[in-house]
Design a protein. Structure first.
Length: 227
């Protein structure tokens, strides 16, 4: 999963001499949380809604509204932006981007080419979209979670059974952190089957492998935030 396939390519930008007031208006009107700062196409910084908030006067300030507007209009993006922000290449993977975001506690990354020119912006939402697509959860897929021996060929044994039963594999994800020693936890999603066929397949798999979970995710009534 490459960043270039999931990043936003039509990115709004500002230059370093843009007023903080205008940058704030752009983010609010466009419902975005970060603005790359460019000079002649090259990325030189980034400004986020957090930067704006930290730079804005406190609500307890004694300044009146006209003084506040004047102060914000005089402040420039270059005064509060993060210079030389973390970046990745479009050829980097979403998995790598997720690690960078997690380690650095950030929710977005500018994407640049080899010359340092801005080519996109990757958000945590983009990473989640890619992960959801990769798992195949939206295809009403059937998921099996196995604990398998951590040895060559253990996954192949499962996929061979699935192939023999004409089950179409959508995704395979492996984890070692949530399995016991010398084992690995493997989640396999397959294309939907009729209920009877699903029960037969589950029974067959359970005869040969340790199944931790089997079923489908119910996406028909997802919890939603109340605004």
């Amino acid at each position: 999963m490459l960043i270039q396939d999931w990043m936003a390519k039509d990115v709004m930008t500002v230059d370093e001499n843009t007023s903080l007031m205008r940058a704030t208006r752009i983010m609010k009107e466009s419902n975005i949380r970060r603005l790359p700062v460019v000079s002649h196409g090259k990325l030189i910084g980034i400004i986020t809604d957090r930067d704006v908030k930290d730079a804005s006067p406190s609500k307890t300030t004694s300044l009146d509204i006209h003084e506040l507007y004047y102060l914000l209009s005089e402040m420039k993006v270059k005064d509060v932006m993060t210079s030389s922000p973390l970046t990745l290449s479009g050829r980097d993977t979403l998995e790598k981007a997720a690690i960078v975001m997690l380690n650095s506690k950030i929710s977005g990354l500018p994407v640049v080419d080899d010359a340092g020119l801005l080519i996109g912006l990757l958000s945590e939402t983009d990473v989640l979209r890619g992960f959801i697509h990769m798992t195949g959860i939206k295809d009403n897929a059937i998921q099996y979670v196995f604990d398998l021996p951590d040895e060559p060929g253990s996954v192949t044994k499962v996929t061979t059974v699935l192939k023999d039963q004409q089950a179409r594999i959508i995704s395979i994800l492996t984890s070692f952190e949530d399995a016991t020693e010398k084992m690995k936890r493997v989640a396999i999603r397959i294309a939907p089957l009729e209920d009877a066929r699903e029960k037969e397949l589950t029974a067959l798999l359970s005869q040969h492998f340790s199944i931790i979970y089997s079923g489908r995710d119910n996406l028909s009534a997802l919890p939603k935030r109340i605004r």
